[in-house]
Write a protein that binds this ligand. Structure first.
Ligand code: ADP
Ligand code: MG
Length: 184
């Protein structure tokens, strides 16, 4: 019964640095979740589809910036290119393959079939997707939806999710926001 409950978190991030730092914190919360799963059953994660994070917001909202903070937090060293033209940028990180997508230029969601999107979903541990609305019909429901709204100063960022993994990650970030430093 509680399964479909949505966990959400909203915060205001005043500038680009705050956005990058928040990406880092999401990375830490995700890594913690994966360690937990691996501890409990080393075989579980291998066959599971990727954790899906959808990033919604207008052009210039900060989707790529947040993705950059997240990828760096997961251990990526170097540049994070916007996948606007390539559609996907894969990263080989400690946790496994992480894919950063941008569907802005998708003409038709069917193109996802040609690019082998399903294989990416199965082979990756984590998929970050900018402009998920352009992939409707082919994209499974995201574990975590991140909505970014531009304010006069900074951005309002809202995370929401319903999967067990999503709820763990969001509540972890919520506890940090409230200054509670809990390890569980
Ligand atoms: P998108 O991928 O959504 O099109 P980008 O991540 O490329 O957007 O960011 C566009 C601009 O917004 C960049 O110049 C970046 O520095 C700025 N930006 C990102 N996050 C914030 C924030 N929290 N407050 C103010 N400016 C931000
Ligand atoms: Mg972008």
């Amino acid at each position: 019964m509680t399964e479909r409950q949505t966990q959400s978190l909203t915060l205001e991030l005043i500038n680009e640095t705050a956005m990058l730092q928040f990406g880092n914190r999401i990375a830490v919360a995700i890594s913690r979740g994966f360690e937990y799963a691996l501890d409990n059953n080393p075989l579980v994660k291998v066959a599971e589809p990727a954790l899906l994070i959808a990033l919604q917001g207008d052009l210039g909202a900060g989707k790529t910036t947040l993705s950059r903070g997240l990828l760096i937090g997961l251990g990526h060293v170097g540049a994070v290119k916007s996948p606007t033209y390539t559609l996907v940028e894969p990263y080989d990180l400690a946790m496994g393959q992480v894919c950063h997508f941008d569907f802005y230029r998708l003409q038709d969601p069917e193109e996802l079939e040609y690019m082998g999107f399903r294989d990416y979903l199965v082979e990756s541990r984590l998929c970050l997707i900018e402009w998920p609305e352009r992939g409707v019909g082919f994209l499974p429901e995201a574990d975590i939806l991140i909505e970014i709204v531009q304010l006069d100063e900074g951005r309002k960022v809202t995370l929401s999710g319903q999967s067990e993994q999503a709820k763990k990650i969001i509540s972890q970030l919520d506890r940090e926001k409230n200054g509670v430093n809990s390890a569980d």
